[in-house]
Unconditional design. Structure first.
Length: 455
């Protein structure tokens, strides 16, 4: 099962586990990036709904061409003995994907938590620090060009820490890459962003103005992280371009959203993927991300939306991010059905925010029993991922929404999709509140050790 040689080549296209990883060439014409000279106006004509409004949206100046980026097959990474009981090793071997975790800013000053991140994972998603409300801030700061000036201070502190760690690591499988989360979302985006003069007391802007703001936002983000002089260049391997645009009832449009209130259609989603394609280098994988991702009506709606995005020749979408905020009634049958549906419309699938809410009626007393049930559910999910891999379905990462039970967002009530109601103790992750490995950890890493192993 081990391989000796490390495959590290400059490639343009690497066939990997039945999927094609397209990589940007210097010329920009060998990847999936759509650098077409087709104007936004032309694309607009192919879109429904925004005709007069989006028609005048202008490309705000292309970023410089990117250098060729090396893409490796995780199943070719080299490991040594110290990696053997890690999630990143297990995932690379089992399905050729990354092991990810969400990390908040507060974790940087928590040595034990960061030790888990650095020992176990090779993909990090910032919990809040790359979201629009962090970059845009509570109060608008408007530049001379009339667009909000973004502040990258907070995410950059985290990226510096990751970069410092990566610089000390020789092994590629141990290096931490970043999932950018998230560019366009109805939640955690300041309301002023949607209003005339950036003033919530004024009406919503028209679609054309909103598209110009969206384009400028995405451009600034890409320029900061991928621009020629960016010290973070190459650290981000995927972006959630749009989060949660589909509703839970019939898979149609989410309407409790200021994006919806400006557009009254899914067109803003399509445009987000046009702009992301325009400004992101081709090695960055572009994702649509959502929860309730295994519900048949919602997954149908998501696939329909993905088809709409794909019908626009200026847009690029590479992957579906299944948030995976599941519970103990998780159905591996529904999971497999949904993944297969997504695989029919995108190149890759990632589970982007995985956690498990506790059993109904769990009163927090018999933790061992609940831990074991949880391990069994996680194992059924992992078995499904492995069997999908056998079918050639490319799942390229499993990302947990937190390191340990103490710091899970599920511990308190929350109105967000996939949340908990705050009425019972939760133990959703792989490490307990004292950072000890739980049976769920072993369900992924070595299921011959269902009990926590003596260290
Ligand atoms: C959604 C978002 C995440 C996070 C969770 C709650 O799933 O995508 O960024 O806010 O809600 O923690």
């Amino acid at each position: 099962m081990k391989r000796d040689g490390r495959m590290k080549q400059m490639v343009t296209v690497l066939a990997m586990a039945g999927m094609a990883f397209a990589v940007a060439g210097c010329s920009g014409d060998s990847g999936t990036r759509n650098d077409s000279a087709q104007t936004a106006e032309t694309a607009d004509a192919q879109m429904s709904g925004t005709t007069e409004a989006a028609g005048e949206a202008q490309e705000q100046g292309a970023l410089p061409e990117q250098e060729t980026v090396t893409v490796q097959d995780p199943q070719e990474w080299e490991w040594d003995a110290q990696d053997k009981e890690t999630l990143r090793y297990a995932f690379a071997e089992a399905f050729g994907g990354r092991a990810g975790v969400c990390v908040p800013m507060a974790a940087l000053s928590d040595g034990e938590r960061m030790a888990i991140v650095k020992e176990q994972f090779n993909s990090v998603t910032m919990e809040n620090e790359m979201k629009p409300d962090t970059l845009l801030g509570n109060k608008p700061v408007i530049g001379e060009d009339g667009f909000p000036v973004l502040s990258f201070t907070v995410p950059d502190m985290m990226l510096k820490e990751i970069k410092a760690y990566n610089d000390t690591e020789g092994r590629d499988g141990r290096k931490i890459m970043v999932r950018g989360h998230v560019l366009v979302w109805h939640s955690q985006t300041p309301e002023w962003f949607f209003h005339e003069e950036y003033n919530v007391d004024k009406p919503y802007v028209d679609k054309q103005t909103m598209l110009a703001r969206m384009e400028n936002y995405i451009r600034q983000v890409m320029e900061h992280y991928e621009g020629e002089d960016s010290e973070y260049k190459g650290m981000i391997y995927a972006w959630d371009v749009v989060n949660e645009a589909v509703n839970d009832t019939d898979g149609g449009m989410r309407t409790d959203s200021s994006w919806f209130r400006v557009f009254y259609s899914f067109d803003y989603v399509e445009w987000a993927f046009v702009y992301a394609n325009r400004y992101a280098p081709a090695h960055i994988r572009l994702f649509y991300n959502d929860y309730n991702d295994i519900h048949p009506k919602k997954s149908d709606g998501i696939c329909k939306l993905i088809e709409q995005i794909k019908s626009n020749p200026e847009a690029r979408i590479d992957g579906m991010g299944m948030q995976g905020h599941y519970d103990m009634n998780f159905s591996d049958v529904l999971f497999k059905q949904s993944v297969r549906k997504y695989a029919a419309v995108v190149d890759e699938i990632q589970i982007t925010e995985l956690d498990l809410k506790a059993s109904t009626g769990f009163d927090g007393t018999d933790m061992e029993e609940e831990y074991q049930k949880q391990a069994d559910v996680y194992k059924s999910l992992y078995d499904a991922v492995k069997s999908l891999k056998q079918e050639g379905v490319p799942i390229t990462a499993i990302v947990f929404w937190g390191t340990d039970d103490r710091h899970s967002w599920l511990q308190s009530a929350n109105a967000a999709g996939g949340s908990a109601d705050g009425t019972r103790v939760q133990c959703p992750l792989l490490f307990d509140k004292d950072y000890e490995k739980k049976p769920a950890f072993w369900a992924f890493v070595d299921d011959s050790k269902p009990e926590p192993a003596a260290e």
